[in-house]
Design a protein around this ligand. Structure first.
Ligand code: FES
Ligand SMILES: [Fe+2]
Length: 419
């Protein structure tokens, strides 16, 4: 991609002007400024990413005491770790002495975190265990210098963190989607593959692309052949009604089709978006695979394929598309103004064996392909928006309605930043 423009005369006043102008044009895409301003990006990190519930891993990745893995976004790193007692913690990866990162490996198992700089040593729960020669400092108390903790919430085997110490409990909002999610038995599920896709585009291009399916029919031929979501609801209503009528009976899961939508400004708390709805596959298809045929054993308590898929949003940056035989999770995180990482995680039934019960390429082909197609259109989108001639156009009222909700929430969050 050609280099995006650099804004030289940026400042709080300019950002405020753009926010208020964009808030007055709610049915339109965001102006290019929001994708180019380093000031905006820094404020997004503090106003959105450090205040939202973010997926940080699955319990199967941290089964034993001492298991840990890092989650990184912006310029921050966090360690999710299981302590000796089996309890999970989320810790800021920043030494309380002079700030070096204490954990270097992305994932692993250890008994302590030893800072590579002056060797301060931390327990798995973040408490400071040893600080070399610090007895020389009168009044120094190790209890005052544990690694900073961030909030952690485990739900259905999924681990979420939130850096806002005042963030309300996430388990209340999450309880609304337990009936729709529990049937997959995610706590016992296995990660068949976790793959990070890197985009050299601003995170909003990537997330916005996920939030609408206006592009699906044209950009994703394999997806569009299977999923009724590529069409307007009024054109596929009959199929949706038929799905909803049979789904719970066929799968044996009560509450599977219950719809719940509390996202963005309508969420129960900031950054605690929750939604679930079940939509249909075109007739004859059972799951999200290249040929619509099963790719793995049925998950959890599913008794059969219902020809549907569960569409979930958990927090503003994490999404799931769950078929009866596998689940796919997406997480969007920024690594720079023009750098985004999208993590895809494919879950299968916990006792499924690769090669015997599922083949990895068949399991992952559809969404790997679809993601590469997205990578192409996302980079085309970014290139066009960075043109001096770009002018934001109107959203489609149905296909892009969630983008309107996202924009309203996003702009309100940025506008809230104190001067
Ligand atoms: S910065 Fe970690 S011990 Fe000094
Ligand atoms: Fe897409």
């Amino acid at each position: 991609m050609s280099n995006p423009p650099i804004i030289l005369d940026d400042g709080i006043d300019r950002m405020s002007d753009f926010i208020s102008q964009a808030r007055h044009k709610p049915g339109f895409a965001l102006p290019a400024y929001f994708y180019q301003s380093s000031l905006v990006y820094q404020n997004e990190l503090s106003a959105i990413f450090l205040k939202s519930w973010i997926y940080a891993g699955h319990v199967s990745e941290l089964p034993n005491p001492g298991d840990f893995q890092q989650v990184e976004f912006g310029s921050d790193s966090f360690i999710v770790v299981r302590d000796k007692q089996g309890e999970l913690h989320a810790l800021a990866n920043v030494c309380r002495h002079r700030g070096a990162r204490v954990c270097e490996e992305k994932a692993g198992n250890c008994k302590t975190f030893v800072c590579p700089y002056h060797c301060w040593t931390y327990n798995m729960d973040g408490s400071l265990r040893a600080a070399r020669h610090m007895e020389a400092l009168e009044g120094f108390d190790r209890a005052d210098y544990g690694l900073k903790k961030v909030k952690l919430c485990e739900f259905e085997g999924l681990i979420f963190i939130n850096c806002n110490p005042d963030a309300p409990d996430f388990s209340g909002p999450l309880a609304n989607i337990r009936p729709q999610l529990a049937g997959y038995n995610l706590p016992q599920a296995k990660i068949a593959l976790k793959r990070t896709y890197s985009f050299d585009s601003n995170w909003k291009f990537c997330l916005e692309n996920y939030l609408e399916c206006y592009h699906c029919a044209t950009a994703h031929p394999a997806y569009a052949k299977l999923h009724t979501f590529e069409d307007r609801a009024c054109n596929v209503q009959e199929q949706l009604d038929a799905l909803w009528a049979r789904s719970e009976k066929v799968t044996g899961i009560e509450g599977l089709i219950k719809e719940h939508r509390r996202i963005f400004n309508n969420a129960e708390a900031f950054g605690a978006c929750i939604s679930a709805h079940r939509y249909g596959l075109y007739e004859g298809n059972q799951t999200g695979s290249m040929d619509g045929k099963p790719v793995a054993p049925l998950m959890g308590s599913f008794e059969d394929f219902d020809g549907g898929a569960g569409d979930f949003q958990i927090g503003p940056l994490t999404y799931m598309l769950n078929y009866p035989d596998h689940c796919v999770l997406y997480r969007f995180l920024p690594r720079g103004l023009h750098e985004t990482e999208m993590e895809l995680v494919w879950f299968v039934r916990g006792d499924a064996e690769e090669g015997k019960d599922y083949k990895l390429d068949r399991l992952t082909d559809l969404w790997h392909r679809t993601t590469l197609e997205d990578a192409y259109i996302i980079s085309r989108n970014a290139e066009g928006v960075h043109s001096k001639l770009f002018e934001p156009g109107p959203f489609h009222p149905e296909f892009e309605s969630i983008l309107q909700q996202f924009n309203a929430w996003y702009l309100a969050a940025l506008a809230d930043i104190p001067d």
